[in-house]
Design a binder for this molecule. Structure first.
Ligand SMILES: Cc1cc2nc3c(=O)[nH]c(=O)nc-3n(C[C@H](O)[C@H](O)[C@H](O)COP(=O)(O)O)c2cc1C
Length: 383
């Protein structure tokens, strides 16, 4: 791990930012901790509070353990159900800034809806977070999909592909504000800025890491064109498919003269035995799922028996109950470590995952899974 003294004149390259300042082949992150219930749509009493105290404790624990990043979910309104799933959320840029102030190595992302933040205010917020974190802020750009949330702001959603056209201008304007020029005009189709002054700049001479998780052809093209980290779904059944998908995305980026890392997301239930892990998964996610919240999420995505048929509807219900999608990993430490090592060998640079209760479950993961990953050669012992 490249541990830094942190004088303000330290210079970091984009390569070091992309490596998240560690030599680990597989970067590990925690996903969704800024929201109540995290990514588990469950009624169990130990479900995640999402409150500041728990987030801070979690970030310090992750920082000490050498976990590379925390990635929040940008959510403004809960999904209802018995728990009002994700109904209580910490705003992600201020959340990230607070965590960066209290950690030493962790990369903390903000997940930002481009249409809801003026680009110059956003650019300055990101710079401020990056200065506080001495080069450890990352930006997850999202364009939004949830009509309800946008109504709340009085903002009308654009048609799907136009959301990415807007996001392109938004990001171009932000990059100009981050760049060396101190005065500029920006004359886009959507965004027009006159006589801009933007100081200070991001910390240490390189800009924050940028990620996106577009899944449509337009979203994927946006990520490949603009991002350092492309988050995409990984297959549970075929590591060959994963390897192929990673290879294609990296080659496409390279053909545009860019380097791109590919990441994925998942959900981990790790217990001493396979049987215990499966029992807990069944207890938390199936028997005590907040199914009315799951059905609310599906309705927003227009997934119903009428639109997709009974079999697919049931499949999607289970998929959304465990963290709204992502790779489901349920097992003993050997099984979990093997899956993570397989993802690394398929070319994935990292994974962000969630637990039902991050604080209760992370210590066991760090004690049992991280040493296995070190022995398997995909991570190094933290120095
Ligand atoms: C890792 C990951 C994180 C995401 N975070 C958010 C989020 O916090 N808020 C949001 O509105 N969408 C989020 N999304 C949705 C994506 O940004 C994207 O809109 C979605 O994958 C659909 O792709 P498309 O926009 O190309 O249709 C996330 C998706 C993934 C896989």
């Amino acid at each position: 791990m490249n541990v830094r003294a942190a004088p303000s004149d330290t210079r970091f390259s984009m390569r070091e930012r992309m490596a998240m300042y560690t030599d680990n082949a597989l970067k590990i992150g925690l996903f969704g901790a800024n929201c109540s219930s995290g990514r588990a749509v469950t009624l169990v009493p130990e479900r995640w509070t999402g409150n500041w105290e728990d987030n801070l404790q979690l970030a310090r624990m992750a920082d000490d353990a050498g976990i590379e990043f925390m990635l929040p979910v940008g959510r403004w309104k809960g999904y209802g159900g018995d728990t009002d799933y994700m109904g209580t959320t910490l705003e992600t840029i201020t959340w990230a800034t607070g965590l960066l102030a209290q950690t030493k190595r962790l990369i903390v992302f903000g997940t930002v809806h481009a249409p809801l933040f003026h680009p110059l205010i956003a650019a300055k917020q990101f710079v401020t977070a990056d200065q506080v974190g001495e080069g450890r802020f990352g930006l997850n750009i999202v364009v939004g999909w949830n009509e309800d949330e946008f109504q709340m702001f009085g903002v009308t959603q654009r048609e799907h592909d136009a959301r990415y056209d807007y996001a392109q201008e938004w990001l171009d304007a932000i990059k100009m504000a981050w760049g060396p020029q101190e005065d500029f005009d920006f004359d886009g189709q959507y965004i027009k800025l006159k006589k801009v002054r933007a100081k200070p700049k991001p910390f240490g001479g390189a800009r924050p890491l940028i990620m996106n998780a577009g899944a449509s052809p337009t979203g994927r093209a946006f990520a490949i064109r603009n991002c350092d980290a492309f988050f995409t779904n990984a297959s549970r059944t075929s590591m060959e498919d994963n390897a192929q998908r990673v290879k294609e995305a990296k080659e496409e980026a390279r053909s545009q003269g860019r380097e791109l890392d590919v990441y994925t997301v998942g959900v981990v239930t790790c217990r001493p035995t396979q049987k215990e892990a499966e029992e807990y998964y069944r207890y938390a996610t199936i028997e005590n799922g907040d199914w009315s919240a799951v059905d609310g999420i599906l309705a927003k995505k227009n997934i119903s028996v009428a639109t997709v048929g009974e079999e697919e509807f049931q499949r999607q219900r289970h998929h959304y109950a465990h963290g709204m999608g992502g790779l489901l990993m349920v097992g003993d430490p050997d099984r979990i470590a093997q899956t993570l090592a397989d993802l690394s060998r398929a070319g994935l640079r990292g994974i962000g995952f969630s637990f039902v209760n991050y604080l209760n479950e992370l210590p066991y993961f760090c004690d049992e899974v991280l040493p296995r990953l070190e022995r398997m050669g995909v991570r190094q012992r933290r120095r």
